[in-house]
Design a protein around this ligand. Structure first.
Ligand code: NIG
Ligand code: FE
Length: 413
């Protein structure tokens, strides 16, 4: 019988410490003398070097020593608005003078000012404006990014944003998941006609977005300065009819029952949730809806109401952490910094923050193929210059990344 020859792996890193985040009984799912091998974009092995299977195939690969450095799963930023025109530094100055985010929004600033700047850019200009933000996230360890529309607010501009988001992913070897957020704010041409605008979202925008396959998910801003629960429900009904999963900007500035509403629709995630009640948390637990914590917005708005972290823990709701990168409430281009803010402001442990920026974030996007280091998962991982995984949430800024791989391809350096 001829021996069956297994084709070689595409790469193998040895002499590394792995934060696998799998349930192996160790903090961080750690493995001290580890190895990670990959093939065809997937992890072929992540475990102790001593147990490396399939040695001929493994060792035929390009073997590199990681010099005892730590490797984690690639970070997943599951909530961003990184495609936009302009910036809102003048609004930042106004808020520092004492004007509130809500008051500025009601006076025609806020989100709507970014809508003007975003509409004014053609697709190439919008792409060019957004690219540095994508690059910054990748350089700090992100391998999957969710990007929302919501600064176009008409059919043409919303689809433009989503096309730019898709293109950012395909041209940079990184997985971009897109979310349609037409119900983000009321555009000026619909002032005082919220229900008519929701007609436009449901009858024109959503079908156009679905027909072009431009969105993986549908989101809305359910808030006093956004849309009511009844209007949000209409968007969710239409998304459901089109077969698109939903998520929600829920209970950020007040408790409108947003978390329970999105849970009722089996939503992937309820995001922000500072004002969510324990009933809302229970509904999320029942539905398997992930809590997406956005400490960047909390920080920038000088918010004092904390999300119900203890209740989320008590009810076993997975907590994700994301940047919410946007020009208004969270001009934050580092998911590691979001992890640090989640620890300081929300008292997450560094391990919860890392799980929140990997495995739970993946789940908030409905993705089961990433977020841990295990055979069969996508070969998305990061090599770090640290001595302990808690450092990822400890250092504010700085350059910790030594290498980023996405789908088995080296993206950084
Ligand atoms: O997630 N809350 C609504 N949406 C964004 C803010 C967008 C903006 O102000 O431009 C958020 O915080
Ligand atoms: Fe947001």
């Amino acid at each position: 019988m001829p021996t069956k020859r297994t084709p070689p792996w595409d790469g193998l890193l040895i002499d590394c410490r792995l934060a696998t985040l799998t349930a192996n009984g160790e903090p961080y799912g750690a493995i001290q003398q580890g190895a990670i091998g990959w093939k065809d974009g997937l992890i072929a092995y992540a475990g102790p070097l001593a147990d490396l299977p399939d040695r001929p195939a493994a060792l035929a690969a390009r073997v590199e020593s990681a010099g005892n450095a730590w490797i984690t799963p690639g970070l997943v930023d599951c909530h961003t608005h990184l495609v936009f025109g302009g910036n809102r530094a003048p609004e930042f100055e106004r808020r520092l003078q004492g004007e509130s985010y809500e008051a500025i929004a009601r006076a025609g600033g806020g989100i709507v000012s970014t809508v003007r700047a975003t509409r004014a850019l053609d697709e190439d200009a919008l792409y060019a404006a957004s690219l540095p933000r994508l690059r910054a996230l990748i350089a700090d360890g992100v391998t999957t990014i969710e990007i929302k529309s919501g600064y176009g607010l008409d059919v043409e501009s919303e689809t433009k944003m989503l096309r730019v988001a898709r293109r950012l992913g395909t041209e940079h070897g990184i997985d971009v998941r897109t979310t349609f957020l037409g119900a983000h704010a009321l555009p000026p041409e619909y002032a005082g006609r919220g229900d008519d605008y929701i007609d436009l979202v449901c009858n024109d925008m959503l079908p156009a977005v679905a027909a072009e396959g431009l969105a993986d998910t549908v989101d809305a801003f359910c808030e006093g300065i956004g849309f009511s629960p009844a209007q949000t429900r209409r968007v969710f009904e239409r998304a459901r009819a089109l077969g698109l999963p939903v998520k929600l900007h829920a209970d950020q500035l007040s408790d409108l029952g947003g978390a329970a509403l999105v849970a009722e629709y089996g939503g992937l995630s309820a995001d922000h949730i500072e004002y969510t009640s324990e009933d809302g948390v229970r509904a999320m637990a029942r539905a398997g809806t992930v809590a997406v914590l956005l400490p960047g917005a909390f920080h920038c708005l000088r918010e004092t109401k904390l999300p119900p972290i203890d209740a989320l823990r008590a009810h076993g709701v997975p907590m994700a952490v994301a940047t919410d990168l946007n020009p208004g409430t969270s001009p934050l281009g580092s998911l590691r910094l979001a992890m640090a803010l989640a620890c300081t402001h929300f008292r997450l442990t560094p391990e919860e923050a890392l799980r929140g920026a990997t495995m739970h974030a993946a789940r908030a996007l409905g993705l089961a193929d990433r977020g841990t280091l295990a055979a069969g998962q996508r070969a998305d991982f990061v090599l770090w210059s640290i001595d302990h995984p808690a450092e990822l949430a400890y250092w504010l800024g700085g350059q910790l990344v030594r290498g980023v791989w996405a789908g088995g391809r080296r993206l950084v350096p």
